[in-house]
Design a protein around this ligand. Sequence first.
Ligand code: FES
Length: 263
Amino acid sequence: MTTSVRDMQERGLGATLRRDAWWAAPALTALVLGSFGIYATWAAWTGAHYEWGPYLSPFYSPLLKPSWWPLSPAFLILVFPLGFRMTCYYYRKAYYRAFFLDPVACSVGEPRHGYRGETKFPFILQNMHRFFMYAAVIFIFILAYDVYLATRWPVGGMLADDTPAPGLREFGLGVGTLVMTLNVVLLACYTFGCHSLRHLIGGGVDCYSCARGGRARFRLWRGVTALNKNHMLWAWCSLFSVALTDVYIRLCAMGVISDIRIF
Ligand code: FES
């Protein structure tokens, strides 16, 4: 009597006929996403060392400091980028496999046999991705403005506490400016390749030449599609760049490293 793949799946979690390292990808995903989650929570919680000179950490942008808010300012804004990533179609696949083991990999036994998809609470909230996408697009422009501010250096130099001296500003470029620029480019590639945005632009159109603004929509759709093809790559690259940008600015603010002013 032979054992089918279906039989193995029904025996429970981890049962499989596969002989390859199917567990490597979910394990690596759990390690990286878990590490990012711990670091991001800590960085947001501290409420300190998030700006240096003209640089501002992406975890704290836009910087809001209302007097009635008792916690770190990061918690006022992080719900938007966090919600965007958590409801992203790609990340859903990645963390369902890595953290819920559901399904952990193709042709590998799952922890349960019923399936309700994302039709019940709390997973039905994944449908909010479209709305988080609207916020994420706005955040790209905010972070791009931060890059512009990171080129505006105080003529009077820095004060003793590493804040910019008040008064006139001049154009300048530091390594931090380049780090922030790379971060916003990678974030834009991730955000503008969103499946939901692609659907918003072209999902309801059967014939571009017949639709209103069809030519422009077709061009936009082609651009989003080009980014969408590598959505997973942009998802990971932008995750790393956000963390590394915060680390760079944090280390500068803590005096561990010195930013290099290129000109
Ligand atoms: Fe990944 Fe929208 S599907 S960001």
